[in-house]
Unconditional design. Structure first.
Length: 496
């Protein structure tokens, strides 16, 4: 189902009868959907006839039929492209009384899936009580959502930010939905939407803000954005330059609310705090009720240095468990093996003396050079400043009998090529902003950088492919937004 009102209504209806919800965007490939849904053994599949993206219609009736057959669930169809609406007989009387089924606090509300870039996606179970408490806290006190507000976050139904956005309905604010390509006909479209809708919070990804900067977008030029008081960003580390761009183009009074959390908790661990100042390149602090720390290798909390992002005390929306993990062993292995009794989130964070936080990427894709390790996000912050670079991916590949091969792959804007001048500029910036040890061995141009359907870089799968793992074992292509983006890495080997 796409990000439309009918999907929100279907989710609320599902919750009201004590059933369990799981969603996937209609652009997901059949295998990606089956990988997610087959392990859930669903009773019913709600699906559209097709979707519209970038000005084109894509029929999905055949794909839906194959998914239905493989997961063993009958289909209820929503005519989206043809405008027919729900199948006759699904909806009851318009004025029928609403009935709600009481459930236990821990009763499953919805499933969220990990990206599925390696192996089957994990089916993460969120319960009614925990996620509701979390959303009431975060939407009221961190997003500062109030009566009359109109909150927007660009997302599809395949990303936890859709569930997060629906959670705004627990406040008196309204939500704005957008279905389609945010770059069609240009990056101006979402800013037009902000003006047309009287949007008060504009939620997006760091990649979108960086793309707007590189495309020369001027959000406030010719638009009335007087209602806009906040810009949210999540999904990846937000580079310091994006902070400056937001301030310069939207004004110092617009609050930049950079957040970091995850599918695992369906919220932010670190995020916006409307009563505190915003420092360039830093997140404002830990979310209320979240005991965040940075751990060194020995499991000691550190300040003003990069460490593993951990949560040391329970919080409301930690998962009830994984689906089909009756003894909890898979969940313990995922989060608690590294530091017993402490949640290891899988990212690098620096907690400053003033309690702000700097996220620098996934700890599983850290670059360790000569004993100096940094998160990949720090390298991207240096690289993406260059006006020629649209996107980038860095990996550190082990080699037998030699130091790891550090390769930086860059996608350049149209008309640009990786000249010696551009490569030199990139290297110099990394040397200056990161460290001399983290200057890549090779800077290589590729047409596109592979990302998941929710926009996350696939660093670990690319690294595994370069280490010789067969592509179909390294990554599920149907979990990628552009499967062809992976082709540039297949058959490539590190130089000896």
């Amino acid at each position: 189902m796409p990000n439309i009102p009918e999907t929100v209504a279907a989710f609320l209806a599902t919750a009201s009868i004590g059933a369990v919800w799981a969603s996937a965007a209609p652009e997901f490939g059949a295998r990606a959907v089956v990988d997610r849904f087959a392990q859930l053994e669903p009773a019913l599949l709600l699906a559209v006839d097709g979707y519209r993206y970038g000005g084109k219609d894509f029929d999905r009736t055949g794909v839906v039929a194959s998914i239905s057959a493989e997961v063993g669930a009958p289909v209820i169809r929503l005519g989206y492209l043809d405008g027919a609406g729900w199948e006759p007989g699904l909806l009851g009387e318009r004025d029928a009384p609403l009935d709600f089924v009481p459930v236990d606090f821990q009763h499953p509300l919805f499933m969220l899936s990990s990206s599925g870039t390696t192996g089957l996606p994990k089916a993460i179970v969120h319960g009614h009580g925990g996620i509701l408490i979390e959303q009431l806290k975060y939407q009221h006190l961190h997003l500062d959502a109030r009566r009359g507000d109109r909150v927007f976050w660009f997302t599809t139904t395949g990303w936890m930010m859709w569930n997060f956005l629906v959670g705004v309905l627990s406040t008196e604010a309204s939500i704005i939905l957008y279905d389609g390509n945010p770059g069609t006909p240009s990056h101006e479209r979402l800013w037009d939407l902000a003006a047309e809708s009287g949007m008060t919070m504009f939620g997006t990804s760091p990649a979108y803000l960086t793309s707007c900067e590189k495309a020369g977008v001027e959000p406030a030029k010719g638009r009335d954005l007087a209602s806009l008081r906040a810009v949210g960003a999540t999904g990846a580390p937000l580079p310091p330059e994006a902070y400056t761009w937001v301030r310069d183009h939207l004004g110092a009074d617009v609050w930049l609310c950079a957040t970091s959390g995850g599918t695992d908790v369906c919220t932010a661990l670190v995020g916006g705090i409307p009563t505190l100042p915003v420092y360039r390149g830093e997140m404002q602090g830990p979310a209320l009720g979240v005991s965040v720390a940075a751990y060194d290798d020995a499991g000691h909390a550190v300040v003003d240095q990069v460490g593993e992002l951990v949560v040391t005390e329970p919080m409301p929306s930690m998962p009830v468990g994984f689906w089909n993990d009756p003894d909890g062993s898979r969940m313990r292995e995922t989060y608690f093996d590294r530091f017993p009794g402490v949640w290891r989130h899988g990212g690098w964070v620096e907690i400053t003396a003033r309690h702000t936080m700097i996220i620098s990427g996934l700890s599983d894709s850290t670059i360790n050079r000569g004993g100096v390790r940094i998160g990949t996000g720090e390298i991207y912050r240096a690289v993406l400043v260059d006006e020629a670079v649209v996107d980038a991916l860095v990996v550190d590949v082990p080699r037998e009998g030699a130091e790891n091969w550090m390769a930086l792959f860059v996608a350049l804007r149209e008309g640009e090529s990786l000249s010696p001048e551009v490569a030199s500029r990139i290297r110099q910036r990394i040397r200056r902003d990161c460290s001399p040890r983290h200057v890549p061995d090779d800077v290589l141009q590729v047409p596109r950088i592979p990302r998941t359907l929710s926009g996350k870089l696939v660093e670990v799968p690319v690294k595994r492919i370069l280490m010789g793992v067969p592509p179909d074992r390294a990554v599920s292509r149907e979990s990628l937004a552009d499967p062809a983006a992976l082709d540039s890495f297949i058959g490539m080997t590190p130089p000896r």
